[in-house]
Design a protein around this ligand. Sequence first.
Ligand SMILES: *[C@@H]1O[C@H](CO)[C@@H](O)[C@H](O)[C@H]1NC(C)=O
Ligand SMILES: *[C@@H]1O[C@H](CO)[C@@H](O)[C@H](O)[C@H]1NC(C)=O
Ligand SMILES: *[C@@H]1O[C@H](CO)[C@@H](O)[C@H](O)[C@H]1NC(C)=O
Ligand SMILES: *[C@@H]1O[C@H](CO)[C@@H](O)[C@H](O)[C@H]1NC(C)=O
Ligand SMILES: *[C@@H]1O[C@H](CO)[C@@H](O)[C@H](O)[C@H]1NC(C)=O
Ligand SMILES: *[C@@H]1O[C@H](CO)[C@@H](O)[C@H](O)[C@H]1NC(C)=O
Ligand SMILES: *[C@@H]1O[C@H](CO)[C@@H](O)[C@H](O)[C@H]1NC(C)=O
Ligand SMILES: *[C@@H]1O[C@H](CO)[C@@H](O)[C@H](O)[C@H]1NC(C)=O
Ligand SMILES: *[C@@H]1O[C@H](CO)[C@@H](O)[C@H](O)[C@H]1NC(C)=O
Ligand SMILES: *[C@@H]1O[C@H](CO)[C@@H](O)[C@H](O)[C@H]1NC(C)=O
Length: 556
Amino acid sequence: MRFWFILGTVENFWVLVFFTQIITHAQDSKQPNIIFILADDLGWNDVGFHGSNEIPTPNIDALAYSGVILNNYYVNSLCSPSRSALMTGKYSIHTGMQHLVLLPAEPRGLNLSEKLLPQYLKELGYVNHMVGKWHLGYWKKEYTPMYRGFDSHLGYYNWGHHYYSHTLNPSPSWGYDMRRNMSVAFDLHGQYSTTVFTDESVKIIKNHNISQPLFLYLAHAAVHAATAYDSLPAPDDVVASFANLTDDHWDNYRRQKFAAMLTLLDDSVGEVMQALADRKMLENSIIIFSTDNGGAAEGYDISEASNWPLKGAKNSLWEGGVRGAAAVWSPLIKEKSRVSHQMMHITDWLPTLLDAAGGNSSQLSEIDGISMWDTLTNNVDSNRSEILLNIDQTTGEAGLRIGDYKIITGRSNDISWDGWFGPTGRNVSGYNLSVIENSLAYQALDSVKLAVDLDEIDAIRENATISCGDFDQGSCLPEDVCLYNISNDPCEYVNLAKVFPNTVTAMLVTLGEYNDTSLPPQNIGDDPSADPRLHQHVWSIWGDNETISELLEVIP
Ligand SMILES: *[C@@H]1O[C@H](CO)[C@@H](O)[C@H](O)[C@H]1NC(C)=O
Ligand SMILES: *[C@@H]1O[C@H](CO)[C@@H](O)[C@H](O)[C@H]1NC(C)=O
Ligand SMILES: *[C@@H]1O[C@H](CO)[C@@H](O)[C@H](O)[C@H]1NC(C)=O
Ligand SMILES: *[C@@H]1O[C@H](CO)[C@@H](O)[C@H](O)[C@H]1NC(C)=O
Ligand SMILES: *[C@@H]1O[C@H](CO)[C@@H](O)[C@H](O)[C@H]1NC(C)=O
Ligand SMILES: *[C@@H]1O[C@H](CO)[C@@H](O)[C@H](O)[C@H]1NC(C)=O
Ligand SMILES: *[C@@H]1O[C@H](CO)[C@@H](O)[C@H](O)[C@H]1NC(C)=O
Ligand SMILES: *[C@@H]1O[C@H](CO)[C@@H](O)[C@H](O)[C@H]1NC(C)=O
Ligand SMILES: *[C@@H]1O[C@H](CO)[C@@H](O)[C@H](O)[C@H]1NC(C)=O
Ligand SMILES: *[C@@H]1O[C@H](CO)[C@@H](O)[C@H](O)[C@H]1NC(C)=O
């Protein structure tokens, strides 16, 4: 209406008609809100729905049991590779992100030639908000979320930060890393990251104008380790409530702190779902919960996640590094409360969500992701039978899954995570369904009659729990190419390479074909001019002089 009074000419009449059409289209459409909650370094066995009783995750579990548990779902083994795959729908070998992660002082980022998920969604009429960790580059402002499809960003650019001080990395010097849009958010110093991100997400949902669909990308810091002097920061009272966790741990106190961090992450899921219910947006939403990679187990990063009974940890191509804990919920899913064994990869979210949003994923060329929308909503067979787990030309490590089989090769670099790490979470007393029933997430789902039937939970949980029978560690020397039947042997006990040499040969050929399409790893190492001492002790955008002067303006 306002346009009508301000603008009066004939040309502007057409502008008005155009705007009206966009608005009408948006109001008429039933495009779902998309809430993508990405946990950081969360292990397979850290969620209750995979069978551990140790740390209650009632909100995440309520979401999972009411939706679809993705039990054959793969991610990359590290942050930047996984996040680049999520944002582009491409394997990390196709973006040059396959080796390690972006270092704080590295002058690079996810190639600006890539079109990202929020940019596609924007074309479909979405409002895009990002909260939390980016880790896809920030040396120039063009690489940051606000320039890559997000309308707002409250969060940080690097691999992690201390949850209260928001500083990271003493090398070459300590720097602050927390932003509101492009400004450094100094005022958030001292406030716990998970709480900050939860409050911001709830605020976004409260203020959202429902005439447009919402994409909220909530990429938590939790449960990634923080700093060497305080690796797992969490509120003391919550830590104290886990004082009874003294079983079977690498370090009891650290596991208690980990439990507290995870509890706040779980609470966050509940609060976000409650906010969606309060705004009556839940009935038209897709909520995804996923880890970015396997858990940092038994002292990795001075943390203590659990991937048990899967082998390995974060930064390995064993199942514990790449098989991700994840679930998706939406009223659009017709067969809910089930465990999906359909193969899925993190690159699949981009085409899947575009199809859900009213786009057409078959028009995307040059992506590796395959739309799972039909598979998820109608429980029909997945079109995916092959997953490239990674090829890292710098270390030589590579892995590939085809059907039941998986090969892993070139592992000679680091074998310290070639084992099975607890805690099992099976010794702790029972799983309390009334805790799930009382969770905010369950209550929110129940308010729209879309919560799981509590009587079904035990059966679903049993189906989602992997058990591997008697421990039987087959030999897989670092220099070997090893082959596993993952359907039969998800714990990677028995190396079948000598039994099925032709399968090994055929899979190596396929791996070589992928390798031929790979970009070289783009790692370039540190740029001394990123040193926070040169930028008011902030991990600043340092490739644009312009942005540095903006930064100086906001120093309090
Ligand atoms: C980025 O993508 C462009 C276009 O595909 C390509 O020419 C360029 O080499 C890429 N840069 C890097 C660093 O990969
Ligand atoms: C961030 O940007 C959005 C617009 O894109 C704006 O609505 C919001 O107020 C900004 N936040 C801050 C703290 O400036
Ligand atoms: C929501 O957006 C529509 C279309 O732009 C507008 O007409 C309406 O006033 C907005 N509602 C609120 C509460 O801002
Ligand atoms: C916990 O359970 C596992 C197997 O379920 C067992 O091997 C381990 O000894 C138990 N730990 C303790 C401390 O009871
Ligand atoms: C999606 O795009 C493909 C390829 O352009 C086309 O054949 C198909 O009809 C489209 N599907 C829909 C539902 O528009
Ligand atoms: C699998 O791919 C075929 C061919 O592109 C398509 O017709 C079919 O709908 C897809 N199935 C699913 C479940 O997406
Ligand atoms: C289960 O949790 C409820 C609170 O939700 C508590 O009252 C009850 O005592 C618990 N039951 C057991 C067996 O721990
Ligand atoms: C558990 O798995 C079995 C075998 O695949 C299946 O028949 C059953 O329906 C599943 N139950 C649930 C609750 O998913
Ligand atoms: C893998 O193991 C399962 C269960 O034993 C079996 O049914 C399947 O045929 C095996 N797959 C292959 C390719 O041998
Ligand atoms: C990939 O190609 C590089 C360079 O051509 C080669 O050194 C490496 O062995 C190949 N890796 C695999 C897994 O094929």
